[in-house]
Design a protein around this ligand. Sequence first.
Ligand SMILES: [Zn+2]
Length: 449
Amino acid sequence: MPDSPYWNPHTETLPRDRLEALQARKLRDLLEWTFGHAPWQAQRLRDAGVEPGSVRTLQDLRSIPFLTRADWMQAQEADPPYGPVLARAPESAIRYHTTSGTSGSRPLAVLDGPKDWEWIAEMWCYAFWGFGVRPADTVFFAFGYGTFVGFWGAQYACEKLGALVLPGGNMTTEARVRMLAECGATVVCCTPTYALRMAQEARRLGIDLPGSAVQRLILSGEPAGSIPATKALIEDQWGAKAGDTAGMTELGTVMMFECSHQPGGAHIIEDHYIEEVIDPATGAPAGSDELGERVVTSFGRGFIPVLRYRTGDLVCRVPADRCTCGRGFDIYDGGIRGRVDDMKVIRGTNVYPGAVEAIVRRVADVEEFQVRLYTADGIRDEIEVQVELADDGDAVLAELGRELAEAHEGLRFGVRRAEAGSLPRFELKAKRLTDEREVWGGTGERKAM
Ligand SMILES: [Zn+2]
């Protein structure tokens, strides 16, 4: 393959009208397949007044009912282990995967067939190639290789494009850092949180990451891959470029990636998905540049039709020309901004964990942090931020409290220093927010952030 900056030079540079014509054709095929092979989905469509042939254009998409995770889960629980959602017999599947289960709910189980798996790798190829990964690269995966789909597809993408894979599953952080340095990894795949943790470990071991062969990090699994302060910290500590990606188990792969021009967001892979952004309260389309919930329709699934699936991810869509790379794919500015149900209301003020992280990472040199919501004196909501500081000075605590309050309509944050090593560390999805308020049931259930 000549060294084009695009994995798929044809589709990645299509003008908008031709891209939409391609989407409309794929949408018609998807509906035809669903009606022909997926009875449960077909019934849902008919119940909403959609008939074979009635969806012709992208505008007709809105006649299709939303599918929520609760719908899917309910169907699965009523008819375990997969539910009636499959379009093929389970015997023809080749992979079993589950969601990570970090939102407090039980994981969703998903089957993939050979066609899914080929496509899953293809989606990751858009991301790797677009961020500059090439066949000569050596790619280290700091990933557990379990039932959570995570970077599984990314590993196959590397094989597909000809890069060398170093599978760092089932290893301690120390062993991973030593291996990636000793084997000359040029690319590292991990969560943003774990990138920082490995950098800490490297400092402890006296391994000079900026002096190592690593040139790129491919981040996934958490919104922080596009939080500017966190990303800058990762790039600084590794001496490498960090690119954000995001996907989900229900798709088996990524649906957006940051290109090597790093536009402060990620391109949507629009020739394989239709992404809509809606007002989570009303379901009406959100405007361009407006924060809303992602709704995805996937053209690549061969086992389970994914039609207008409500993801719960908060995004802000902007046109493709915000980036200078020449792709025609629109961009989620700031990547995934958080989860719709992440938003907390403290004494009337909205608090987003992602916004708190952006401030904490910018103001203080922290090793780790935790946010705790609790009820004081049985009536008053309080928010506390605990930080493990990298150095000895406490002066930054007051400044952090001031900056957090300033960004939250004067809301008072209790900021306190935690002992070194006392806060939880994370490899997969970081859980840095605990809501212990009695009004929410007092379960102390920890939500992913
Ligand atoms: Zn770009």
